[in-house]
Design a protein. Structure first.
Lengths: 689, 589
């Protein structure tokens, strides 16, 4: 059977490779394989084989049936965070080679001003590999000094001699006129065709050179590794008979053809987690909820994203550790809070949990290799996580090791080991709750009006408690919680993002030229979809415009009407800007003129309809699913708690907290204050009593 | 002061304390974020010349995670005087504005306008929040507020004593108009007032939500606990410092009026048990020139410098608890406690910088393993002229031409950090943004080799900044720059930061411009600033040779300096360390 009938989403995470397949019936099937860090394409193909076996097909048959493959990977993020990127060089405007290092004098983000004891910034490209080239473009686009081609060739040669694998070309004002950057990139390709080249105007064609250069440097740094992986994966798939469309999940929550993103690798940061909010939106829609809080708690980090009215929020203010990344990214806030987060005492005598993580190795104390108390150890001691059914029984854990790990803290705090476990549990929950507050309140939303969607291995354990502390009334744990990002890739619309700088005052804007720019962006978008076989009819185009009051430094993105723009439509956008400004910042200034900075277009085509497998209908009483009873600790008391088997739960069951539901990939803990009802897709819906 | 109130309160668990604590810190960060996103003044919107915080109704410092020490660590005094002055006339929805160093304002200099909002809960005044930032103009003889030779404080700009500008949720428009009528660029300043008041509105909303969530009793008990825990930890830290008296002094090049005569700040630090006293009594007397610091400003800078010597793990948690263990003494009439009507324009930087330098140098003798060297001097200048592209007046201000941070024991100085007195809270701009905004074209913005304090850990690199004036002729005030004569200190054997220079290149000739001057700028003038990095920490001859080699490879240290200063012999051609020659050189006494 060669008919292309399957859509597949694969998310390669740090520990697991998650794969979701939608077949001709429209149902989703879940597959999980271990990630293979040295060559992630192996784990990728393992997951493919598992899926093929399920459908009773050969690997080739299965892969041949894939119509669309969407792929998210942590490779770029991990390359950056672990410092294993390429040896990178930079060609930049002469006399400005230290922009990357001077930065904007920003100490590492979140380092207190009262702390001097921090390592100096180590730019991804050291000074000796940042070479100045005689060239200069002005802010008007005028080139006052053409590129010195001979000097450029010499510099590329010198970098090549140093063993550089990747070059970032970063010239001043290239966002307005990229001619010199283009020519320099061409010379790189002529002189050293094996070197990976990326330019600042392709990466982020907007002004403010530190942000643009640093973003480009990050791309250059992760680029070769990402390109090698993608090229190799593409080859392996092709050899296995893949002929479908291969789309990569991007940081901005949109996708791009694999070929097109190899030259803009920075967009593959957070590929994976960026999809999660789309999953939340899908679930929210089916539940009739609009204000959502998507949370994803894994082994090392807790990701949170506030989703309102079906919109995935984005930001251009992102930092990854010491690196400023200014492309538009899905606005996911992260903190170091996960199953592996370690507990310790600080000098104030307060218990701190995270951000340091025991990771997978040594891992929590109960794995038998480490001795530090972690969140997972606490969860084990509190009875929330079963020692005999850890990952569905695949993994043996040692609860006594967990207990031992609590002892040093118990002595310092002069409390019992279970009390320490509970303190760790409450502290990490408070950290996560804090992050949620920051993300929701920053947007002026009352978190209590939100429904929390809990994903990740740890999310379903902690979500109820976090919700309780924040006053959130409803928590939903989807059946795909443990494959949360892969699910998001399914649920999202396939889309791409386009932007162009356009500076002018709204009151006397030249409507013709404004229309020309939007027309160009739209033509570009439709051409790209056409290449993937999507007709213009199926593409929806959404315009937006960045505005600010004249004099301000930051813009607010406002929806812009479609079709031919008129003065009236621009006025409406200006009025909308005022309202949004007030909503975000508590005030507006109608007497001030408004200026336009960037025109944006988002082109999307709707996701293919799909469904989650449903479960049988049962009564309210869940007793048929009761697996056992176990002592769990809630608010300082040991409570004899019913434990239910997730495989036996039926639609319509109502489970009163305190209770635990054991799934193979996670555990759902229902605090005392919540009642859990099960819907027909086996969403666990926890509602405050 | 450490007790917010004396009524007995429920015992609060540590988790709740931590949660309330972090919530208050987060609120402050959000306040700054709001101003970032909405202000129009380059200094506060982009460069963070801005401070925000939360204080108790009694003035106790509760949350001060982000700001410039000189702008807000001495706010206790202002809150206390404000409460006294407006007794019976403080209501929910009020906003008070002051920029006055005197008359109960306790402010460092006139351009820094502070908006205070009382925060009530169920009719009871519990907290104050402050948002203070450097305005683009504050009136006075020249734009910017950093010019020398003002006759008295009134010549430096409009003096706004604590004044109610919003009354029960309504702007007192006539009062605001009176104020704005006395500054240049009133339209721009009005945006910034909105932004800063907006930040205080946000703070009120968030604090009210926090009080709703936990209850007043619990929140106040948490605050009490926060202050106690900090005080306990800080006193424990001070106890670890050997008892004794530690002295140091630092000077600014001159006071801007009496030229080329240095002005000295001298500190005597007494550590006894778990208390520390910073005594500035031996400093020079207040001056005719504009480098005088009021007590609250001295207090903020001095406390911040001392805090650097406490466990960095406490860095996020300083509050009134810290301050109750550290006393700051500055006699009335001293340059560190000037009196009305003395001018103060340059004082946040000069002598603010000297206050910090003297404290870090003195404490480096007490706690060498936490030694912090001086940073490169602030190299600011203000240019005011006309932009021919739109015919509008502009003021150019920035931190871009500063050098870099000083070393701390164990770490090289941070690159590009601007002005010690901002401790890294202030930011630089972008070249592209500057060229779009004002008629100056950048010619060079790069590190300079061998232009920082050497040491086992060296200062961050010095910077060469150069730009050409493509606008009209105008004037330039080098009021906030310093360091042409006096070097910033190195510590524990580290070398001081080298002297700096400013030149105007006109018709091919370099004209030197000293700090604290007001000079004309012509069309086509090229402004050149050589701004050194900070001081070093530890003996440079003990620097790891591999780090010296890396600096040589990066052209931050010359082969010559590697040999002469760091005692590391490197072959200029192969860039290899000559181990034998290095060992021989280093063993020589």
């Amino acid at each position: 059977m060669s008919r292309k009938s399957k859509r597949v989403c694969v998310d390669v995470g740090g520990t697991f490779t998650d794969c979701l397949v939608m077949d001709e019936t429209g149902f989703l099937q879940k597959f999980k394989a271990s990630t293979t860090p040295s060559d992630p394409s192996q784990g990728f193909m393992d997951a493919m084989r598992k899926a093929a076996r399920f459908y009773k097909l050969s690997e080739k048959e299965f892969i041949g049936q894939i119509e669309v493959l969407v792929h998210g990977t942590t490779l770029a993020t991990n390359t950056l965070l672990t410092g294993r990127g390429a040896k990178t060089g930079m060609l930049t405007t002469k006399n400005f080679r230290d922009i990357l290092e001077i930065r904007r004098a920003i100490k590492p983000v979140n380092v207190s001003l009262y702390n001097m004891f921090i390592p100096p910034n180590r730019p991804l490209i050291p000074r000796c590999r940042r070479l100045g080239i005689d060239e200069r473009t002005l802010y008007t686009g005028e080139i006052t000094t053409p590129l010195d081609e001979r000097e450029t060739a010499g510099a590329v040669g010198a970098l090549k001699d140093q063993g550089v694998e990747s070059i970032a070309v970063c010239f001043l004002h290239s966002y307005i006129n990229p001619a010199n950057e283009r020519r320099a990139a061409a010379i790189c390709n002529e002189v050293a065709p094996d070197i990976f080249v990326t330019t600042s105007h392709e990466t982020l064609p907007v002004w403010r050179e530190f942000e643009r250069f640093n973003t480009t440097a990050v791309g250059a740094y992760v680029g070769p590794r990402v390109a090698r992986y993608l090229t190799s994966l593409e080859g392996v798939l092709k050899d296995s008979g893949f002929t479908g469309t291969f789309l990569m999940m991007l940081a901005n929550g949109l996708v791009q053809d694999i070929r097109e993103c190899i030259h803009r690798p920075v967009f593959l940061l957070h590929s994976g987690p960026a999809a999660a909010p789309s999953g939340a939106i899908h679930l929210g829609r089916s539940l009739g909820e609009e204000a959502l809080l998507s949370v994803d708690m894994g082994g090392t980090s807790f990701d949170v994203c506030m989703v309102n009215r079906g919109e995935v929020p984005t930001t251009t203010e992102h930092w990854d550790c010491d690196q400023r990344i200014a492309i538009k990214m899905v606005d996911i806030a992260s903190i170091g809070a996960g199953g592996g987060s370690m507990a310790k005492m600080d000098t104030l005598g307060l218990l701190r949990v995270g951000p340091e993580s025991a990771g997978a190795d040594p891992g929590p104390a109960c794995y038998g290799r480490g001795t530090d108390a972690t969140v997972t150890d606490a969860n084990l001691l509190l009875g929330y996580v079963p020692a005999d059914y850890f990952l569905g029984g695949e993994m043996k854990v040692d609860i006594e090791a967990s207990r031992r790990s609590m002892r040093p803290l118990a002595e310092r705090l002069e409390i019992g080991e279970s009390d320490v476990a509970e303190a760790i549990f409450r502290t990490v929950n408070a950290n996560m709750a804090d992050k949620i507050t920051e993300v929701s309140t920053k947007r002026g939303h009352d978190v209590r009006d939100c429904v929390m969607i809990a994903g990740g291995g740890g999310g379903p354990i902690h979500a109820g408690f976090i919700a309780e502390s924040l006053g959130i009334r409803k928590v939903v744990v989807p059946p795909v919680a443990a494959l949360y990002s892969a699910f998001g890739m399914f649920a999202m619309d396939i889309g791409q993002d386009y932007a162009r700088s356009y500076v002018g005052r709204a009151a006397d804007i030249d409507l013709d030229s404004l229309n020309v720019v939007y027309d160009q962006l739209e033509a570009e978008a439709l051409a790209s979809f056409k290449r993937h076989g999507v007709s213009a009819k199926k593409v929806s185009l959404k315009r937006s415009i960045d505005m600010r009051y004249v004099g301000q430094f930051h813009e607010v993105e406002i929806d812009m009407a479609g079709g031919r723009l008129t003065a009236k439509k621009v006025e409406a956008a200006v009025a909308a800007f005022g309202r949004k400004h007030e909503e975000l910042f508590t005030f507006k200034m109608p007497w001030k003129p408004v200026e336009i900075l960037t025109l944006r277009l988002k082109a999307t085509t709707a996701n293919a309809p799909f469904a989650l497998p449903s479960v049988g209908k049962g009564g309210k009483d869940p007793k048929a699913a009761l697996k056992r009873r176990r002592t769990c600790r809630f608010k300082g008391r040991d409570v004899d708690t019913p434990v239910y088997d997730g495989e036996k739960v039926l639609a319509g069951n109502v489970i009163h907290g305190p209770a635990v539901i054991e799934e193979t990939t996670t555990t759902v803990v229902i605090p005392e204050a919540f009642v859990c009802s099960v819907d027909k897709f086996k969403n666990y819906i926890l509602t405050r009593r | 002061m450490t007790k917010i109130s004396k009524i007995s309160k429920p015992k609060i668990d540590a988790t709740t304390v931590a949660t309330v604590w972090h919530s208050m810190q987060t609120i402050c960060w959000e306040m700054r974020h709001l101003v970032d996103r909405t202000a129009q003044n380059y200094l506060i919107g982009q460069l963070h010349d801005l401070s925000v915080g939360i204080w108790g109704a009694d003035g106790a410092t509760i949350a001060v995670p982000v700001g410039l020490p000189v702008q807000f660590l001495g706010t206790t005094f202002a809150v206390q005087d404000l409460v006294k002055k407006f007794e019976g006339n403080i209501h929910p929805g009020d906003v008070f504005l002051t920029n006055d160093p005197y008359h109960g304002g306790h402010n460092c200099h006139l351009p820094d306008w502070g908006f205070f909002r009382p925060i009530f809960y169920k009719g009871e005044l519990l907290f104050f929040t402050l948002c203070r930032g450097h305005q683009m103009d504050t009136g006075g003889s020249f734009p910017g507020g950093y010019f020398p030779n003002g006759y008295d404080i009134h010549a430096e700009g409009i003096c706004i004593p604590p004044t109610k500008v919003w009354d029960r949720g309504r702007e007192r428009t006539d009062v605001v108009d009176l104020i704005l009528n006395n500054v240049r660029f009133p339209d721009g300043v009005r945006i910034d007032l909105q932004a800063m008041i907006g930040a205080t509105v946000m703070c009120e909303k968030r604090l009210t939500a926090l009080l709703d969530a936990y209850g007043k009793g619990t929140v106040l008990a948490c605050v009490d606990e926060m202050l106690k825990r900090t005080e306990r930890a800080v006193r424990e830290e001070i106890r670890k410092i050997p008892d004794g008296v530690y002295k140091a002094e630092a000077a600014t090049d001159d006071d801007g009026t009496v030229l080329d005569e240095q002005v000295w700040v001298r500190v005597e630090i007494t550590v006894k048990g778990d208390e520390m006293t910073l005594d500035f009594s031996e400093s020079d007397g207040q001056r005719k020139g504009f480098i005088n610091s009021v007590y609250a400003a001295t207090y903020g800078n001095a406390i911040a410098a001392a805090i650097l010597y406490l466990d960095p793990a406490l860095a996020d948690y300083h509050n009134q608890g810290t301050m109750s263990a550290i006393k700051v003494v500055a006699p009335s009439g001293s340059v560190t406690n000037c009196q009305y009507p003395h001018t103060v324009g340059a004082s946040p930087v000069n002598v603010g910088n000297q206050i910090m330098e003297s404290v870090v140098e003195a404490l480096s003798k007490a706690v060498p393993h936490r030694a912090v060297a001086a940073w490169g001097k602030h190299r600011g200048d203000y240019v005011f002229a006309v932009d021919p592209r739109n015919g509008e007046r502009y003021v150019r201000t920035s931190f871009d031409y500063d050098g870099s941070g000083g070393a701390a024991w164990g770490f090289d100085g941070y690159q590009g950090s601007s002005s010690f007195t901002a401790l890294g809270a202030a930011h630089r701009g972008n070249v592209e943004e500057m060229e779009v905004r004002i008629p100056w074209r950048m010619l060079k913005y790069e590190f300079v080799a061998d232009f920082t304090g050497a040491g086992r850990w060296r200062g961050g690199p010095g910077i060469h900044w150069e730009a050409v004036n493509e606008g009209s002729a105008g004037q330039m005030a080098t009021g906030s720059s310093d360091g042409d004569e006096v070097m910033g200190c190195g510590v524990v054997g580290g070398l001081p930061s080298p002297v700096c220079r400013t030149y105007l290149r006109r018709d091919g000739e370099d004209i030197r411009v000293k700090p604290h001057r007001l000079v004309p700028v012509h069309e086509g003038d090229i402004l050149i600033k050589h701004s050194s990095g900070g001081g070093g920490a530890g003996n440079p001859a003990e620097r790891d040779p591999a780090m010296v080699l890396e600096d040589v490879e990066n052209e931050l240290v010359s082969v010559q300096a590697a040999r002469d200063v760091y005692k590391v012999v490197i072959d200029a051609r192969t860039l290899q360390i000559d181990q034998a020659a290095t060992a021989a050189l280093r063993s020589r006494k």
